[in-house]
Design a protein around this ligand. Structure first.
Ligand SMILES: Cc1ncc(COP(=O)(O)O)c(C=O)c1O
Length: 415
């Protein structure tokens, strides 16, 4: 059996050997094409990224770093990683990049491991206000091993309360301050965070998992000049493979690398690193910059159309790919909204709302923009939200058919 084949041949090879799993993969491909993929953390990678992921580099063990591996036969693994690192540093203007982190959470774990000791105090956005699990959840290593102090957003504006951040920093003298969120739709003011961190002698860790793709395309401010360490994912707006990345200055490079391997990880996933290199290459093109700006335009249009449908959009809009909103004015909470929208083929998440008991919805425009949808489709999507949520079930089939008709015009991987 050949080890390299075209994607069509590969699925045939899989089907002949394992029809059960082939059906699962085909079903997932259909699901992705057939519905509206509005999960803010997802995107459609390019066929080139998928090709790297499905390549024989998946077979290679390569513990260590280029030129200094535990395993033999690493010449091509080294080449892939060197290219990925060189492209990442150029793309984000960073002195150093570690591209081995398996995920966004692994990147944050390594940043903490490099800079902190168990029991240290860390200031981060509270989970109810948009912080990630790695920002102090008691269910996560972060909440178990460090003493997290949460900051939040203003009750009126929904914007980060920088005065509160400064006051908490002065009071608690944290070893690190984390800026970053899973649902905050506005740009963060990295200069203000830097100033506060400097005043209290704290490290500044930017968890840019969400906006890093916008940063690559010049559509969001770059945290690299301000933060000691920037943690990121490569699979959101950035449109690469599922994975993590860490950016920092030369002075922390060694500590960060050692915190990834050997402290928190073993062998790097070389096929994923090659796929990250492909994605960084794509993200450095003018076409990607245009894409990143379109993603933001689409999110703004969709946010205001959702507001016109009756949703209470947090912060009154967005600067990014991300929208979070309270559907309560339409008579449903976030969980009911997610279920009704899912029945219509519209896929998104619920999220915490900083004030009040209910949950909201969280969505993003990265995937639909990759598919080629534009401003008119954003208005249509908002109208479909209204139809699906004002419906007690009677119109569900009609809304589902309309979603199919819409997505049918924008197949993510061509016809
Ligand atoms: C702010 C933030 N940090 C960390 C992560 C974790 O990334 P992963 O799911 O790859 O571990 C996410 C994921 O959405 C995130 O939004």
């Amino acid at each position: 059996m050949p080890v390299t084949a075209s994607p069509a041949e590969e699925i045939d090879v899989l089907r002949r050997q394992d029809p059960e799993i082939a059906d699962v993969l085909l079903g997932e491909a259909r699901r992705q094409a057939d519905g509206l993929q509005l999960i803010a953390a997802e995107n459609f990678t390019s066929p080139a990224v998928l090709a790297a992921l499905g390549s024989p580099l998946a077979n290679k063990y390569a513990e260590g770093y280029p030129g200094n591996r535990y395993h033999g036969g690493c010449e091509y693994a080294d080449a892939a990683e060197r290219i990925a690192v060189q492209r990442a540093t150029a793309l984000f203007g960073a002195e150093h990049a570690n591209v081995q982190a398996h995920s966004g959470s692994s990147a944050v774990l390594a940043a903490y491991a490099a800079l902190l000791k168990p029991g240290d105090t860390v200031l981060a956005m509270g989970l109810g206000h948009g912080g990630h699990l790695t920002h102090g959840s008691p269910a996560n290593f972060s909440g178990r091993w460090f003493d997290f102090v949460p900051y939040g957003v203003d009750a009126e504006t929904g914007l980060v309360d920088y005065e509160q951040v400064a006051a908490l920093a002065r009071h608690h003298r944290p070893k690190a301050i984390v800026c970053g969120s899973i649902s905050y739709p506005r740009h963060l003011d990295h200069a203000v965070f830097r100033e506060i961190a400097d005043e209290v002698g704290a490290y500044l860790i930017s968890d840019a998992a969400h906006p890093i793709g916008l940063v690559a395309g010049g559509a969001a401010p770059n945290p690299v000049p301000y933060a000691d360490v920037v943690c990121a994912t490569t699979h959101k707006v950035l449109r690469g493979p599922r994975g993590g990345m860490i950016l920092c200055g030369e002075e922390l490079a060694d500590r960060i690398d050692r915190a990834v391997f050997p402290f928190t990880q073993g062998g790097a996933q070389m096929h994923t690193i090659a796929a990250k290199a492909v994605a960084f290459g794509e993200a450095s093109t003018p076409a990607f910059s245009a894409y990143a700006h379109q993603v933001v335009t689409h999110a703004r249009v969709l946010a205001s159309a959702l507001e016109a449908e009756g949703f209470a959009v947090t912060t009154g809009g967005t600067d990014t790919h991300l929208i979070s909103a309270d559907p309560a004015p339409l008579g449903v909470d976030g969980r009911t909204a997610r279920a009704r929208l899912a029945a219509a083929g519209i896929v998104l998440d619920t999220c915490a709302l900083p004030y009040g008991d209910g949950r909201g919805i969280r969505l993003g425009t990265a995937a639909v923009t990759t598919q080629g949808m534009g401003v008119p489709e954003m208005a249509r999507i908002a109208a479909l939200f209204g139809l699906a949520l004002r419906d007690d079930g009677a119109r569900a089939a009609r809304v589902r058919a309309e979603v199919r008709e819409l997505t049918g015009g924008f197949p993510p991987y061509g016809h």
